[in-house]
Ligand binder design. Sequence first.
Ligand code: ITT
Length: 191
Amino acid sequence: MKIVFATNNAHKLREVQQTVGDKFEIVSLRECGVVEDIPENEPTLEGNALAKARYIYSRTGLSCFADDTGLEVDALGGEPGVRSARYATDGHDDEANKRLLLERMEGKENRGAQFRTAMALILDGEEYLFEGVVRGKILTKECGNGGFGYDPLFAPEGHSESFAEMSAEEKNAISHRGRAVRKLAEFLNNR
Ligand code: ITT
């Protein structure tokens, strides 16, 4: 069975296909003819994930899933959260976002934070939500060159190294997105 994943990111597609297995064929947005930007204007991660999935379902009529991720920092009241990609600027400026986060965390003793992924699935017209969370802390300076986004500033619980110092496999085994995708895969494979 074909199922659309709301992304064109080849890395994300491959990772999800591997986790889900061969019972489902994961198809990108481009492959099902959705080339326009999908609006992400909701105030929550769940809202954005659902809005993306509903958009694709209404455009294609195909079963589909979509995710949205945010970094939620305890000392900042859960910020940047749903605004993680647009924290410092309107665009996806990772460098500016990391700089702003370090600035706002200056002098803060509580470094607790979490990455959270909301995953919305529409299967045969029914809606489902899955969540993946990884707790950790915000480092006082960047460590490592791997990963992307806020990875150099985030050390997951039980680890002294940042996500950016881990291999993709190590990160995937404990990450927010890895956890959400495994929940989705388990659900699909038990149908
Ligand atoms: P798509 O919606 O096109 O997939 P996006 O950049 O909005 O792209 P996400 O919702 O996954 O992607 O992530 C929002 C922001 O959160 C992203 O710009 C990163 O800065 C950050 N982020 C997400 N996942 C991350 C991860 O695994 N490690 C570090 N930062 C991450």
